[in-house]
Design a protein around this ligand. Structure first.
Ligand code: NAD
Length: 419
């Protein structure tokens, strides 16, 4: 969903990896291993050999966008990958032409494009998407599908009455309720078809009771929200470390400069608000200020994103952390991450699609908390807080794979080695 920088980098990447032109660096499903049994057993197969995730040669990509450019042209516009690499996968990229989108500029103010569906109401638009999905499936002879929203960040929205039950949502679709943004129309179409759905962006999409009711009914797994790529990835690596050593934090100032289309969309305050909420939640949960008020209670956490065209997709993140140590003595930590947004995002799109497909085959549905590892604002059950610590998330993910295969879970207790 959305053939922008992230999608085209994922698709071109998979094509290049299939041809042996590059390595799937950053992908747990492709390069990760999993330890089984005791440390002395020396059993650490690759994850892709341990669980039957779909193989890269078996994947077919399709998508929707408001622009008519094919996937090759869109990748050139995004400017993430070198033309020399793109040219080696040009044929298969050009064959992917975006289907007309469900789009309404009210939800993404900085964009407008010609490749947009018309319909009587949002229900009609959802039905058109379902027809696209079925047509795609048949045309390519696919046995299973997954949908990942890689569209632009929509304006900030709060859960309202129309999101509370499937009946209310379906009525809202018929009445084209304003509280149903375009992304929800896609999520509805996917879940209605029992297709696993992931939200790579922070917008309010599948994470509402109505969608979860639908997912439970059609047995569709869901994951999200907002991929954990640059600054937040580093934040959820560093913060658990500071917390582990009980170092206090008075302030954490994060700023980013980026110049891609995502940056342009986020330049609109309403889209930025959605991103800001998503980016800000991690520290609160990791530091647990209610348990450690002396260390983290009044932490000032500021997040800024600045649209700066010369940088394109090569984002620069700056973090300044004001720490406090023994007896209250202040210290500072500065992090300057010169990252590449879509290069960090592509393996997440691939892994979450493959794991969601696996989950569906394993009979799992609804929120897949074990995929929190990939997301900035992980979906979670109402009664628990989300887990943001990257290392706990990874443990949870791997233990879920062990659980699926009937292997012993690893607790890291390790007393057995000293009996
Ligand atoms: N790159 C990262 O590191 C990263 C990390 C986390 C989240 N995200 C999110 O992923 C999303 C995609 O990022 P990107 O860099 O590829 O952005 P992008 O602007 O390059 O691509 C988004 C694409 O979605 C299309 N689009 C928007 N609304 C649509 C609709 N209703 N229907 C069909 N197409 C639609 C746009 O035309 C555009 O081509 C953004 O929401 C971004 O915030 C990206």
């Amino acid at each position: 969903m959305g053939l922008g920088a992230v999608s085209t980098t994922t698709i071109a990447g998979v094509a290049a990896i299939r041809k042996g032109l590059a390595l799937p660096i950053g992908s747990l499903t492709q390069m990760g291993t999993i330890r089984l049994g005791r440390r002395t057993d020396a059993r650490s197969p690759k994850i892709k050999d341990f669980v039957p995730v779909a193989g890269l040669p078996d994947i077919v990509f399709g998508g929707w966008d408001i622009f008519e450019e094919d996937c090759y042209a869109a990748a050139r516009t995004a400017g993430v990958l070198e033309p020399a690499l793109l040219d080696q996968v040009r044929g298969e990229m050009e064959a992917i032409k975006p289907m007309p989108a469900v789009f309404d500029q009210r939800y993404v103010k900085r964009l407008n494009g010609p490749n947009v569906k018309k319909g009587r109401n949002k229900k009609d638009l959802a039905e058109q998407l379902i027809a696209d999905i079925r047509g795609f499936k048949e045309k390519h002879g696919c046995s299973r599908l997954v949908m990942v929203w890689c569209g632009s960040t929509e304006v900030f929205m709060k859960e309202g009455p129309v999101h509370q039950s499937l009946a209310a949502l379906e009525k809202g679709l018929e009445e084209s309720d304003d509280a149903i943004p375009s992304s929800m129309v896609y999520a509805y179409a996917a879940l209605k078809e029992g297709i696993p759905f992931a939200n790579a962006a922070p917008n309010l999409t599948a994470d509402v009771p109505a969608m979860l009711e639908l997912a439970a009914r059609t047995k569709a797994p869901v994951a999200g929200n907002d991929m954990k790529t640059g600054q937040t990835l580093i934040k959820t690596v560093i913060a658990p470390g500071l917390k582990a050593r009980l170092l206090g934090v008075r302030g954490w100032y994060s700023t980013n400069i980026l110049g891609n289309r995502d940056g342009e969309v986020l330049d609109d305050p309403e889209s930025f608000k959605t991103k800001e909420e998503s980016k800000k939640s991690a520290l609160d949960y990791i530091f647990q200020p209610h348990l450690y008020p002396e260390l983290y209670k009044d932490l000032s956490h500021v997040v800024r994103i600045n649209y700066y065209p010369p940088r394109g997709d090569n984002k620069e993140g700056w973090d300044n952390i004001d720490l406090v140590g023994w007896l209250g003595y202040p210290m500072q930590l500065k992090i300057n991450f010169l990252c590449r947004d879509s290069i960090l995002a592509a393996p997440i799109v691939l892994d979450s699609a493959l794991f969601l497909d696996l989950a569906k085959r394993a009979g799992m549905f609804g929120i897949q908390e074990w995929l929190s590892f990939y997301f900035k604002a992980p979906m979670h059950a109402k009664e628990v807080y989300p887990e943001h610590d990257l290392f706990i998330q990874l443990m949870k993910l791997k233990n879920t794979l062990r659980y699926m295969k009937g292997e012993e879970l690893i607790t890291h207790l390790g007393l057995e080695y000293y009996d």
